[in-house]
Design a protein around this ligand. Structure first.
Ligand code: SAM
Length: 307
């Protein structure tokens, strides 16, 4: 599989948790641990060429440090204390591209284990309100631990099927931003061992895409919503461009795609006119896991839900 072959090229990305520390302090810490800091990367080639105990600041995302792929930081004090988050670069895109201002009310619809939620909390500077949902009790328990470790406050985490959350509940009347990262086939993940590749049968993909369409449609029903990010770690068009196209069509002119990260090199597949506004990520092209992101914005105030 091309994905597995390119896996060794994916560097170790380290997101600095700005709720607890800052980039300069983390850089100093690693320097004291014997790592050499090479500054901000100017190209993907520099990321690819990293080796030994060297690290860079990423060229696309602020607060993201890049180490050689074999670097293991799971026992590092900065990680165990929640000062850094070990998170793939592609997985840092959704919260960054949602970009809520401090004080916003935000929903993270399928949130566990919560790396994107803690990233959202950092962007919000813990000011505002995050409503996070996940249907899986074990994953919610893990997420609670991770959010506490990351210093996240102002997040209401509920073990609940997001499809049962009522968009008309006054509690959500100020929700302007939604991050939607639903269950998917995971076909873009590169860390799977041999034989672990989940075969995505046509039926499985259809079932996942059906869920993804329903959950995206539901998310767009929140009355004050202004901006939504839809993301998956799937490579399949059925779970990505096709889902976005089908749901946008249903909503007519109420929502539109905006160009996600214009300078990002890898774009959505040409499944429909405008699909290049979406972005894709892959080990070969962006030195990340396989990923898909679409950014949707409301175009008309008060547009009614489609029948
Ligand atoms: N956003 C998470 C993160 O960055 O850590 C990863 C989310 S994972 C791709 C998808 C999650 O959706 C799973 O934890 C799964 O339990 C949850 N999920 C699936 N169906 C759901 C539903 N109907 N409502 C809420 N969560 C759901």
């Amino acid at each position: 599989k091309a994905v597995s072959a390119a896996a060794s090229q994916v560097p170790r990305y380290v997101r600095v948790n700005t709720l607890k520390t800052c980039v300069d302090d983390v850089i100093d810490f690693f320097k004291r641990q014997g790592y050499a800091y090479l500054g901000k990367a100017a190209s993907m080639e520099e990321l690819k060429a990293l080796s030994g105990k060297k690290f860079l600041l990423d060229l696309h995302l602020p607060e993201l440090l890049v180490f050689p792929s074999q670097t293991d930081l799971h026992d590092n004090l900065l990680y165990t204390s929640g000062h850094i988050i070990l998170q793939d670069k592609a997985s840092c895109l959704p919260a960054f591209l949602l970009g809520p201002v401090a004080g916003s009310h935000v929903i993270d619809a399928c949130a566990a284990p919560g790396n994107k939620t803690s990233h959202l909390a950092a962007i919000l500077k813990n000011k505002g309100q995050i409503f996070a949902f996940d249907v899986d009790p074990k994953r919610v328990a893990t997420m609670n631990t991770l959010l506490t470790r990351a210093g996240v406050t102002g997040c209401q985490l509920a073990q609940q099927d997001f499809l049962t959350v009522d968009p008309r509940d006054p509690k959500y009347s100020r929700v302007t931003h939604i991050l939607l990262d639903p269950s998917c086939s995971g076909s873009g993940m590169v860390t799977r061992g041999p034989g672990e590749e989940a075969a995505s049968s046509a039926e499985r993909l259809q079932a996942l895409a059906g869920f993804q369409r329903r959950v995206l449609h539901h998310a767009l029903s929140f009355p004050a919503l202004q901006r939504l990010v839809y993301s998956t770690c799937s490579l399949h068009q059925e779970e990505n461009e096709d889902v976005v196209q089908a749901v946008l069509q249903k909503w007519g002119s109420a929502f539109r795609l905006v160009t996600a990260f214009p300078s990002w090199p890898c774009r959505g597949l040409a499944a429909f006119s405008g699909a290049e506004s979406c972005l894709r990520a892959s080990p070969a092209e962006t030195l990340t896991h396989g990923f898909f992101v679409a950014v949707l914005e409301r175009c008309k105030e008060g547009a009614a839900a489609p029948s």
